[in-house]
Write a protein that binds this ligand. Structure first.
Ligand code: 5RP
Length: 232
């Protein structure tokens, strides 16, 4: 199953990378699908088919991979406008709203997405759903000081918060924060939940990405399917 999924992720990554152009600033997301995209970008650079590009990584993990793959990097300070961003997602609905943050990089991923002229999201077809939350939990990044109070706040909303654990201790983001994975089930009103979570000072950011996908690339066994967002 994983080999099959990886194949679909590779198909999506290959199509997404075909949108990249020389002389541009590229946002680099995080995750296993992005890994395949980085491999392809590296090869295009080595073959002189992609020249004068600079990437802005969304996590330390992606930064390390980009260095390993000889992809030149820059920062948002040096280049506050990104031409095109490629990233993965954990779940996608028919409005092309996303759940992201499975890799814990949602904060920088959202900053990069908001700074990008075009956002391309690459998924295998298992990530598609009718209602966000039906396949994946919702990650939120929480300041350590607020972990107790935000956990209780989420419970009061009737949802089930779980502090993310990795290697027997709390997962710590690149920013030094915690991740709460909210097991919420189908989210009936994505914008409303986004507003509620944004109203909390202890929540640095949540993993709902609304109106931040211009192009969705779905990797399928039969090839790549493209969906363009006509609403943004
Ligand atoms: C990381 C993310 C990833 O894009 C998401 O988890 C998808 O990852 P993968 O491509 O490994 O399935 O949001 O924070």
């Amino acid at each position: 199953m994983t080999a099959k999924k990886d194949q679909m992720k590779k198909i999506a990554a290959e199509k997404a990378v075909s949108y990249l152009k020389s002389n541009s600033i590229i946002g680099l997301g995080t995750g296993s699908t992005v890994y395949f995209a980085l491999e392809l970008i590296s090869k295009l650079i080595a073959d002189n088919k992609l020249v004068n590009i600079k990437g802005i990584p969304s996590s330390k993990a992606t930064e390390e991979l980009a260095v390993k793959f000889n992809i030149p990097l820059t920062s948002l300070d040096e280049n506050p406008f990104i031409d095109i961003n490629i990233d993965g997602a954990d779940e996608v609905d028919s409005d092309l709203y996303l759940i992201k943050g499975g890799g814990g990089a949602l904060l920088k991923e959202k900053i990069i997405a908001q700074a990008s002229k075009t956002n391309i999201i690459m998924v295998d077809e298992s990530k598609l759903s009718n209602f966000l939350g039906e396949r994946f939990y919702l990650p939120v990044e929480v300041f350590p000081f607020a972990i107790g109070s935000e956990t209780e706040f989420i419970k009061k909303l009737g949802m089930n918060p779980k502090i993310r654990i990795k290697n027997n201790s709390a997962f710590i983001t690149d920013q030094g924060n915690y991740i709460i994975d909210i097991h919420c089930g189908k989210i009936q009103n994505v914008k409303e939940l986004s507003d509620i979570l944004h109203s909390r000072a202890g929540i640095a950011e949540h993993g709902l990405f609304i109106d931040l996908t211009n192009i969705l690339v779905i990797g399928k066994e039969s090839g790549a399917e493209i969906k363009f967002n006509k609403n943004i």
